[in-house]
Every structure is written in structure tokens, then in C-alpha cells.
Design a protein around this ligand. Structure first.
Ligand SMILES: [Zn+2]
Ligand SMILES: [Zn+2]
Length: 288
């Protein structure tokens, strides 16, 4: 499948508060099995919180492990409803119809995701790793018999593989997902502990122009966002500038959650914009 070209564009910055993040590019409505609010409710909540861009990224995990755990999104029904809702919104609020792909190297998964991309042309894709070493990385089974080094390395190796996915994607989803439910006393994924793998991931992400997501769903399990500031600092040091904000909301209450913390940290680290992917382009929304 052909890769789309990225063209950087700067969003008009006049109509929102300085320093505020006004995009949330990782959300799930009730089209996802674990989503609890309707698409219409999600859009209303996003607009009322002052978002200019709400990216809906319903789950599509079709690998052999996930298929036993989750029902994948009904893609035709979702696209039909989301495209209609998209048309109803004016220029001040853009709803983007996206998907969160669960990466797996197995042929069935890759073929399925490629064909969904070709048939439905999502506005953007978040490419996420939920499964490594034959298990879902947030479940107790994944960690059984593994040291923290083994569990996190196997996950990071799968993230590295995911960057070579044959389908087009825009965003690297929740780097550090493995740490959310890890059973270790100190579950933080630190740059210093996994320098080599993280450097490979970050350098490849930068070389390919992929957006690195800062995901705040980890607030529910004890850390303000993933990946942590040390990894974001290294990304910037290596030349990375494309940060996507995602709450990973599964209902209206969590839309844009933690954006103040993320905005403050990004500014401290020297980032001056948040990136929004849509239709192969990236819009930069200034943070200052
Ligand atoms: Zn995910
Ligand atoms: Zn998600």
C-alpha cells in the first residue's frame, strides 16, 4: 500500500487559550466493546471542553490473542455513523474518524488491517501494541514468570516491530502500555533502564515522521501520562517534535483528561506545539 506524504501545516492559533491543548486524538465511543458513551455524546463533550479536534480511534484488535478477549469494532457501522456526524460539525470543531490498530506480526492481522485501511480510508490510525509474547500485556498472565526487564523488553521489541507495519499509520500509541498494570513495586518504564530499545524506537519514529502519543489513561493506574518525561526529553533531544495528545477516554468523563499536566510538561521540555494527524497531513497547534 502506498504511503501518503506528510505536509506540515500550522493551525490558526488565535481562537484558543494560550498553552491549552485543544486536540484529543485517542478516544473510544460505544462502537468499541469497552466504550460507554455514544459517538454523539463524545462529540458534544469534546466541543463543550473547547477541543478543536476530537479523534475517535475505535479498537481494531484482530490477532489470535485479542480475538478471544475483545469483540472488534463493527467497522462498517462505525464509519457510516462517524462520517455522518462529521458532516454535521462546522469548521470550529473537527471530528476525525480514526481507528486504533492492535499491531501483531501475524499474517491474518496484517492482511485484515491493510484491507480495512484500503476500504475505509480512516482519517488517522493510532498503531498500538497490546500483545507481546503471546499474551495481552495488561493481564497477569503476561507477567507470570517474567522479571521487569524481560516483560518490558519483550513489549518494547514488539513496539519496534510495529513501526514496520505494512499499513499506513500516523501515531505510535501509548508507548509504555506494559507498565500500566504491571505487578512490580516500581513499575515505571525509565529511559535509563531501556536506553537501547527506546533509542531505536524513537529514532525510527523520527525518521519516519510518525507522531509520538502522550496518553493520559495511565492516570487511572498511578502515573500522569505515558511515556514519562524522561522518554519525551530523549525524543526531543533526538530531534522529535511531533507529539499527539490522547486521553484514551472510554466515556465522556475522561475526554481531554490530564491535558493541563501534559501541556505544562511539554512546555518545560521545550516543545512548542501539539500535532494533529488527519488524512496524511499534520497540523501543529502552538502551545504558546
Ligand atoms: Zn490501546
Ligand atoms: Zn485506546
Amino acid at each position: 500500500m502506498g504511503k501518503r506524504n506528510k505536509i506540515l501545516a500550522f493551525g490558526r492559533g488565535a481562537c484558543y487559550n494560550s498553552g491549552m491543548i485543544v486536540s484529543d486524538m485517542h478516544t473510544h465511543s460505544s462502537f468499541s466493546e469497552d466504550g460507554r458513551s455514544t459517538l454523539t455524546q463524545m462529540a458534544e463533550a469534546g466541543r463543550s471542553r473547547g477541543l478543536r479536534f476530537l479523534g475517535v480511534s475505535e479498537h481494531l484488535d484482530v490477532d489470535p490473542v485479542s480475538e478471544k478477549l475483545f469483540q472488534p469494532t463493527d467497522v462498517p457501522a462505525y464509519f457510516s455513523a462517524a462520517r455522518e456526524l462529521q458532516r454535521e460539525n462546522g469548521p470550529s470543531f473537527t471530528l476525525l474518524t480514526g481507528l486504533e490498530y492492535g499491531y501483531s506480526p501475524d499474517a491474518h492481522t496484517l492482511e485484515t488491517l491493510l484491507s480495512v485501511s484500503e476500504k475505509y480510508a480512516p482519517d488517522f490510525v493510532v498503531n498500538s501494541v497490546h500483545v507481546a509474547d503471546g499474551e495481552e500485556c495488561s493481564r497477569a498472565e503476561y507477567f507470570r514468570g517474567k522479571s521487569k526487564r524481560q516483560a518490558y523488553s519483550a513489549y518494547l521489541e514488539q513496539v519496534l516491530n510495529s513501526l514496520d507495519a505494512p499499513y499506513f499509520y500516523d501515531v505510535i500509541g501509548h508507548l509504555g502500555y506494559v507498565s500500566r498494570k504491571a505487578p512490580y513495586e516500581d513499575k515505571t518504564l525509565r529511559y535509563e533502564d531501556f536506553r537501547d530499545l527506546l533509542d531505536e524506537i524513537l529514532k525510527k519514529a523520527i525518521a519516519r515522521g510518525k507522531l509520538l502519543e502522550v496518553n493520559t489513561r495511565s492516570r487511572l493506574s498511578g502515573s500522569p501520562f505515558l511515556p514519562g518525561p524522561d522518554i519525551l526529553a530523549r525524543y526531543r533531544e533526538l530531534g522529535g517534535r511531533l507529539i499527539s495528545f490522547g486521553s484514551d477516554a472510554h466515556d465522556v468523563s475522561f475526554i481531554a483528561a490530564g491535558r493541563e499536566d501534559v501541556a505544562a510538561t511539554l512546555q518545560e521540555l521545550g516543545f512548542d506545539a501539539v500535532a494533529v494527524p488527519a488524512l496524511g497531513r499534520v497540523t501543529l497547534l502552538p502551545l504558546k
